[in-house]
Design a protein around this ligand. Structure first.
Ligand SMILES: Nc1ncnc2c1ncn2[C@@H]1O[C@H](COP(=O)(O)OP(=O)(O)OP(=O)(O)O)[C@@H](O)[C@H]1O
Ligand SMILES: [Mg+2]
Length: 216
C-alpha cells in the first residue's frame, strides 16, 4: 500500500487540488483509493460528494476530528491536510505517509512563507533519515512570467527537496473539481498540457526516490 500526503502550512497553495487529482488519477488507473481529509473545511470530501457514481469509486474519510476508521485493503491512501500545521502536529503528520508533496505558489509572499516550513519538514527526524520522502511542486504558475523564473531559481535552491514539476494556472482544475473529477478524467484534448505537467509527479511517486529508504 502506498501512502501519499499533500502538505503545506500556507493556505490556498493547492493541497486539496493536488490531493483530489492524485486520488482521481490512481482510481482511474483501477486502484482502490482512500482519500483521507484532515482539514475541517473538508474540501476533498466536498469534491468527492460531487463525483458521479458512474466514475471509478474513491472512498472518503473525515479525519478532521483526529481519529478515523479506515477500510483495509486499499492500494493508495491520499491525505489532504489543513493549513497552519506546525510543531508537534506537523511531526504527527510526517509519521503517517511514505511520500509528501509540498505545493508552493509562485508569489514572493508564498515563497517566503514556504521556506521556513520546508526547513522544518527537512529537520524532522523521519525526513532526515529518509523514512519519508518529500518533493516540491510549483502550483498555479503563469509560464514565461518573471515570477515563474523567480520560482524556478528559488525551488532549485531548496536543497534536499527535489522540485519535481510546475503546474500551470488553469480553469481546468476548477472545471474538473466542480464535477468531482481530476485532470486525468477530463477529455484529453482539453487537458493534454496539464497531464504532461503531472507526468513527472506520477513518475516520482512510482519511483524508489519517493519511497522510504527501508522499503526500497
Ligand atoms: N493550478 C491551478 N490553477 C487554477 N486554480 C487552482 C490551481 N490550483 C488550485 N487552484 C484553485 O485555488 C484555490 C485554492 O486551492 P486549494 O483549495 O487546492 O488549496 P489548499 O491548499 O487546499 O487550501 P486550504 O489551505 O484552504 O485548504 C481553489 O479555488 C483551487 O481551485
Ligand atoms: Mg484544502
Amino acid at each position: 500500500m502506498r501512502s501519499i500526503m499533500v502538505l503545506n502550512s500556507k493556505g490556498g497553495s493547492g493541497k486539496s487540488t493536488l490531493s483530489t487529482n492524485l486520488a482521481s488519477y490512481y482510481a482511474s488507473q483501477g486502484n482502490r483509493v482512500l482519500l483521507v481529509d484532515f482539514d475541517p473545511q473538508l474540501s476533498s470530501l466536498d469534491w468527492l460528494a460531487a463525483r458521479s457514481s458512474g466514475r471509478k469509486s474513491i472512498t472518503g474519510v473525515d479525519a478532521s476530528k483526529g481519529n478515523y476508521r479506515a477500510p483495509r485493503n486499499v492500494d493508495y491512501i491520499i491525505y489532504d491536510t489543513p493549513a497552519a500545521v506546525h510543531g508537534n502536529e506537523l511531526n504527527a503528520y510526517l509519521r503517517r505517509a511514505q511520500s509528501i508533496i509540498i505545493p508552493v505558489l509562485p508569489s514572493p509572499i508564498d515563497m517566503r512563507a514556504a521556506t521556513p516550513f520546508i526547513q522544518k519538514v527537512l529537520a524532522n527526524g523521519r525526513v532526515a533519515r529518509k523514512e519519508c520522502r518529500i518533493a516540491l511542486v510549483a502550483n498555479r504558475c503563469r509560464e514565461n512570467t518573471n515570477v515563474y523564473h523567480q520560482l524556478d531559481g528559488y525551488l532549485k535552491k531548496v536543497r534536499k527537496a527535489p522540485f519535481i514539476s510546475v503546474l500551470r494556472e488553469t480553469q481546468n482544475y476548477n472545471k474538473a473539481a466542480e464535477r468531482g473529477l481530476g485532470i486525468f478524467e477530463l477529455a484529453p484534448y482539453l487537458a493534454t498540457r496539464d497531464r504532461d505537467q503531472w507526468e513527472p509527479i506520477i513518475k516520482w511517486l512510482n519511483s524508489k526516490r519517493s519511497m522510504p529508504a527501508n522499503l526500497r
